[in-house]
Design a protein. Structure first.
Lengths: 332, 326
């Protein structure tokens, strides 16, 4: 498997796009910290910092026609699938120009124009929806692949197993992407399950499954490509367990460090994972392989910073939804 | 001890759990977040330390199985309290609650009771949007076989939790995070608030306002403002929404001739519709004006704070409604 550990024969622009996409997510996430602390952003934000390689690697293996569903922590999924940053930031500010017109907030990001069919915070709630999108693809024979992103916590919900069984039974083109960041809210994974190798749960259903380093964008991309290829050729589904870590705590900027009021994660563990920062690792790779110069990376960073600042400006300028339109999108 | 000892709403629930678990070894608590203040506020504080992990069980994210387990343990002789830190998460648990627990006693000819408390917390506002804001008591009250209680005060929170745990069959206990900081004197001993009994929390002759849970507090606020304008409303706190304290509601309407029903749930087929139907069936002759319902609109909860503000009903809506029928 290709990985950061070796040389890859990808064109430079592809590698640069991985870098930019990861940076877009990281800088956009971290730019929420201030407005959250200042009380400008109210809705619960589950930040994706530290996990960027998963969304970027998987989504880079997809086309715009392919489908993605997310969960409560989907800023990265949405951006990586091609959702507009302005639309996302405005949504998180709950403004009318937001991708869900201010009705959904951080946990309801959607961009149907690029195959992002939605995200929602009921744990495991969107897995069966993804199953349905994959089913639609097989009925229409249009070759689309559907990806469902969920956390290690979602492995507690029975619906995941129902979906795996049906997907295998019908050979559906669905990729189950489990982002294992070792925590579900306040619960470390050892308090949630005995068997910690999550990728093992798919095999009994007859699903090809693998565990990958979710902080290695090249590994994720490679696994993503192979999974997509399998699904498109009628040999789905595929299960990918991506090992990763969220730098921030469960919700908002708080880090959930032991000893603080959200007393959960050991400081040393957080520091260890910061060493494995997917962006830092990739920068190192790009440098060693002489793919990007430091100067080029700085320029990318500046450009992305500008994009993020612009998106915040856009969000702040956007009007709030109108009270008279409270019930506008209610179907019945 | 002093009968004036004050307790917050959340700590009143906590005290009920402590006392019932200490009094009865068959009582246990299971659910997400019972060891974490994020989820259940301080309602579970000290329980784990005192009663240990056998009887205070934090769980993986598995609402369906955990709730079914709560029901099964109750069938096997335990008294279970299963907590859902948001009622929104209870949809995964509807099957064990409704198909199994609610029906069990009846469909087995009364052979086996199901002493389980389904404790669901309403946690809304803060731009959390449609899946993290719901109030589902009306759905539970629709189901035969479930009693549904919704305390509005610390005193009732403790007394109803104790009564719910002692009931031989399923009780849905619904509290509201917006009430957690409310304080009042709460007796230190174990006591029950009888399930099925409402309470006139403020007497008045002009209009009956029937409310439950958080909306009782809004109704009291409205009463305090209206009284300055010479309007005396009678606030009836349902406390239990299934079975309804029909006589209390009817007696109040017989006295005032006017009714505003306030509910924190949706409008169609909701609690407010049920109360107004009861009154039109049984006290039609007493009515001097049409019944008014104040409910959430038939609309999912929005995220935007501005929309939320117009979505949730307040004392101002109650005042307007009262003035509209006198
Ligand atoms: C049905 C349901 N139960 C509980 C919750 C509360 N909750 C929100 S996120 C979460 C755990 C998420 O953990 P994981 O799936 O590992 O995702 P992560 O936050 O680590 O990315 C829980 C239990 C919920 N949103 N939905
Ligand atoms: Mg997790």
């Amino acid at each position: 498997m290709r990985s950061l550990g070796g040389n890859v024969d990808y064109p430079k622009n592809l590698l640069v796009s991985f870098y930019r996409q990861m940076l877009r997510i990281r800088l956009c996430e971290e730019a929420f910290v201030e407005p959250i602390l200042a009380g400008e952003v109210h809705c619960p934000c589950h930040l994706y910092s530290g996990e960027e390689a998963v969304a970027v690697g998987v989504c880079a293996a997809l086309t715009e026609e392919d489908y993605v569903f997310g969960n409560h922590r989907s800023h990265g999924h949405y951006l990586a699938k091609g959702g507009s940053m302005q639309g996302m930031v405005a949504e998180i500010f709950c403004r009318e120009m937001g991708c869900s017109r201010g009705r959904g907030g951080s946990m309801h990001l959607i961009a149907p124009e690029v195959g992002m069919l939605g995200a929602a915070p009921i744990v495991a709630g969107t897995i069966s929806l993804t199953l349905g999108a994959a089913l639609a693809s097989t009925i229409r024979k249009d070759g689309r692949v559907a990806v469902t992103f969920f956390g290690d916590g979602a492995t507690g919900e029975g619906v995941l197993y129902e979906c795996m069984n049906f997907a295998a039974l019908k050979k559906l083109p669905i990729i189950f992407v489990c982002e294992n960041n070792y925590y579900a809210t306040h619960m470390p994974i050892r308090e949630c399950r005995v068997e910690r190798e999550i990728h093992e749960i798919a095999r009994p259903f007859g699903i090809e499954s693998r565990q990958i380093d979710g902080n290695d964008v090249l590994q994720v991309y490679d696994a993503g490509l192979q999974a997509v290829e399998k699904c498109r050729s009628g040999n789905g589904p595929v299960f990918l367990e991506c090992l990763t870590y969220r730098f921030r705590g469960h919700v908002g900027p708080d880090d959930n460090v032991q000893g603080s009021h959200t007393d959960i994660r050991p400081r040393e563990e957080i520091d260890l994972w910061r060493e494995k920062d997917p962006i830092k690792q990739f920068e190192n790779y790009l440098t060693v392989q002489r793919i990007m110069t430091q100067e080029e990376m700085n320029t990318a960073r500046e450009e992305v910073t500008r994009e993020v600042t612009d998106a915040h400006g856009f969000a702040r300028r956007s009007p709030s939804p109108r009270v008279e339109e409270l019930e506008r999108y209610v179907f019945a | 001890m002093s009968s004036h000892r004050k307790l917050s709403y959340s700590l009143a629930i906590n005290e009920a759990l402590h006392q019932m678990m200490a009094a009865d070894p068959s009582v246990f608590l299971i659910g997400q977040g019972v060891k974490s203040p994020w989820y259940v506020g301080d309602t579970a504080q000290g329980l784990l330390e005192r009663f240990g992990t056998d009887r205070v069980i934090d769980t993986p994210v598995s609402e369906n199985a955990m709730t079914g387990a709560a029901v099964g343990a109750a069938l096997a002789g335990m008294r279970t309290v299963v907590v859902h830190p948001r009622v929104d998460f209870m949809f995964y648990a509807f099957d064990p609650i409704i198909n199994e627990a609610a029906n069990w006693h009846y469909m087995n000819g009364g052979k086996l009771p199901v002493p389980v408390v389904f404790w669901g917390i309403i946690n809304r506002g803060g731009e959390q949007a449609a899946q993290h804001s719901q109030s589902l008591h009306g759905m539970f009250a629709h189901v035969p076989g479930l009693k549904v209680v919704m305390p509005a005060t610390p005193y009732d929170a403790k007394g109803l939790m104790i009564a719910a745990i002692r009931e031989p069959n399923p009780v849905v206990f619904i509290d509201d995070r917006w009430l957690y900081k409310l304080e009042e004197p709460v007796p230190e001993e174990i006591y029950e608030v009888e399930i099925g009994r409402g309470n006139v929390v403020r007497a008045g002759n002009d209009v009956t306002v029937v409310a439950s849970s958080f909306m009782v507090q809004e109704s009291i606020k409205a009463a305090e403002i209206l009284v300055k304008e010479g309007i005396n409303i009678e606030v009836v706190d349902l406390r239990t929404i299934k079975p309804l304290d029909e006589n209390l509601i009817l007696a109040s309407v017989q006295k005032t001739g006017r009714l505003v029903v306030v509910d924190g749930g949706w409008r169609t087929c909701g609690l407010a519709a049920e109360v107004s139907a009861l009154v039109s069936e049984r006290a039609f002759g007493a009515l001097k004006a049409p019944v008014v319902r104040i409910t959430l609109p038939d609309c999912p909860a929005p995220a935007s704070a501005i929309l939320e503000k117009s979505y949730y009903r307040t004392s101002a809506d109650i005042i307007r409604a009262v003035k509209g029928i006198i």
